[in-house]
Design a protein around this ligand. Structure first.
Ligand code: ZN
Length: 312
């Protein structure tokens, strides 16, 4: 075998590594716990690559590129990860260090942006135009236009979780008040639900049954998600809108309720109706390895562009 691609998705608790063959088919995959701290993350990535290539039965010489998706602000050109809070990393030149270690071209990308690339590769009907929103512990998004990832200056495009929508709201870890992430992020939401004796899977049912606290939280969640979708659609155009993340997969009936909310708003706004947002929603299947696949494809893309082979 040759021209194999390795994709690694380093999450706050778990790391998922895959090998794709030159036709993009999955050859092998492994999951490992993620270790925190700069040294822990480097070690985790190194071991995940070694384990998955061993499982695939391939040598480093057969691997064309390694792509890594990781939370935090990522500089893909320098291969540097900044402020990956959940992994306790302030700054880590993960790309150059891994490249030196493995002797293979390595590309690094933010995990949500990598996942967007994975999703668009699996949706030919998107024709290279996709908005991707991840409602996990936090909230973040990515846009792909005409097949290219929109990174934005300083790679900050898509960090919409820290859009303050309520200046008098709860204080966010980022220092602002009333961030979108507080309304629609699984971390803050689960804390509030637990304090009220509620659970995320049955939140919408409890709200429909007349539980007033559940009603307030359900409304806050749906409003937050709708605002997140609008921000992305109004910035980039309302192309296909993929939804992913623990909140989406855990809260029963959420995507249907979101469609109802968008339809209700569209009935009183011809402008919103013209965007056809509800019909553009696509729920990414739970446990789909889109971040690892996307990371592998980013590795391939950068290698093809010749950017990484020159810096080896
Ligand atoms: Zn914030």
């Amino acid at each position: 075998m040759s021209g194999l691609l390795v994709g690694v998705d380093i999450g706050g608790t778990k790391t998922h590594a895959i090998v794709l063959d030159s036709a993009g088919q999955l050859v092998a995959e492994v999951r490992r716990p993620s270790r925190p701290g700069a040294d822990g993350v480097l070690q985790t990535a190194r071991e995940a690559v070694a384990a998955v290539t061993e499982l695939a039965g391939c040598s480093p010489a057969e691997v064309a590129a390694v792509g890594v998706g990781i939370p935090g602000r990522v500089d893909p050109e320098g291969g540097v990860v900044h402020t990956a809070v959940n992994l306790q990393v302030d700054e880590l030149p993960l790309g150059p260090l891994l490249m030196e270690d493995l002797g293979i071209p390595v590309a690094i990308e933010n995990d949500v942006k990598a996942a967007a690339c994975g999703v668009v590769s699996q949706l030919p009907q998107a024709a290279g135009n996709l908005l991707y929103l991840n409602f996990g512990t936090g909230v973040a998004a990515a846009a792909i236009r005409e097949g290219r990832l929109v990174r934005g200056l300083d790679n900050v495009a898509g960090e919409i979780g820290h859009l303050s929508v309520d200046p008098h709201g709860q204080q966010c870890l980022c220092g602002q008040r009333g961030c979108l992430e507080l309304a629609a992020g699984g971390g803050p939401l689960s804390l509030r639900l637990a304090a009220d004796g509620l659970e995320l899977p049955s939140l919408l049912e409890a709200a429909a049954n007349g539980d007033s606290r559940a009603g307030i939280e359900a409304e806050r969640l749906l409003n937050g998600m709708t605002t997140a979708i609008l921000v992305m659609a109004l910035s980039h155009g309302s192309s296909m809108i993929a939804l992913n993340g623990g909140v989406i997969h855990t809260c029963r009936g959420l995507v249907e309720s979101l469609r109802d909310e968008l339809a209700s708003r569209a009935r009183s706004s011809a402008f919103l109706a013209s965007l056809e947002l509800g019909s553009r929603l696509h729920q990414v299947p739970a446990d789909s390895p889109v971040a690892a696949v996307g990371a592998a494809l980013i590795g391939q893309e950068l290698t093809r562009a010749g950017l990484l082979s020159q810096s080896l």
